[in-house]
Design a protein around this ligand. Structure first.
Ligand SMILES: C[S@@+](CC[C@H](N)C(=O)[O-])C[C@H]1O[C@@H](n2cnc3c(N)ncnc32)[C@H](O)[C@@H]1O
Length: 171
């Protein structure tokens, strides 16, 4: 799946927005999105600086997805691109962190064309986002499944509490 086509498809939620990409890996998404956004922070638990293309809007930071070093409500959009399977063990906590740094009218976009990622999306991520009461829209774009969850309000429960209350099956 061509990265430029995906970026074009997601443009309404990227254009002139402050964006966070979680688990940027070889930086295929953030490099492509950088010219359109107001700013994009790409984070990964490993140093991926060598994959970052020089662009004034693009900043790489080595950071754990479950311990984001950003203040609450910093971003308009948080993106997980072809990465959710690699985060399976911590995905609930990572989503909570992403929601914390997302503005109240922000969106979290989780997309992948990989079969394993999509299984994690279906079994774990989408049910959790729905149980949080977010407005969740699921679309297919060519081979890519795209889940867009709109925050719209401040959240009062998190993944750990939901698991403890038996409201969701965790990884
Ligand atoms: C499949 S790769 C991502 C591919 C990338 N999004 C792309 O399209 O080029 C998964 C990435 O998640 C990162 N990762 C795994 N656990 C993480 C964590 N706890 N916090 C941040 N990044 C993590 C890995 O280091 C790896 O680079």
């Amino acid at each position: 799946m061509r990265n430029d086509l995906v970026v074009r498809q997601l443009l309404p939620d990227l254009k002139q927005k402050k964006v966070l990409e979680v688990g940027c890996g070889i930086c295929s998404f953030c490099n492509e999105a950088a010219p359109y956004v107001s700013e994009i922070y790409a984070i990964d638990i490993e140093n991926k600086m060598q994959y970052i293309k020089k662009h004034p809007n693009l900043i790489f930071k080595m950071m754990d997805a479950v311990k984001l070093e950003f203040r609450p409500m910093t971003f308009d959009t948080v993106v997980y691109y072809n990465t959710v399977g690699h985060l399976e063990r911590v995905i609930g906590e990572s989503i909570d962190e992403s929601l914390r740094v997302l503005r109240d009218d922000g969106k979290i976009i989780i997309c992948s064309s990989m079969a394993y990622d999509r299984a994690v999306l279906d079994k774990l991520v989408t049910p959790y986002l729905q149980k949080l009461g977010l407005d969740v829209k699921i679309t297919m774009y060519q081979s890519m499944k795209i889940v867009v969850a709109s925050k719209k309000k401040r959240l009062t429960i998190n993944y750990k509490e939901m698991k403890e209350k038996g409201l969701i099956k965790g990884a």
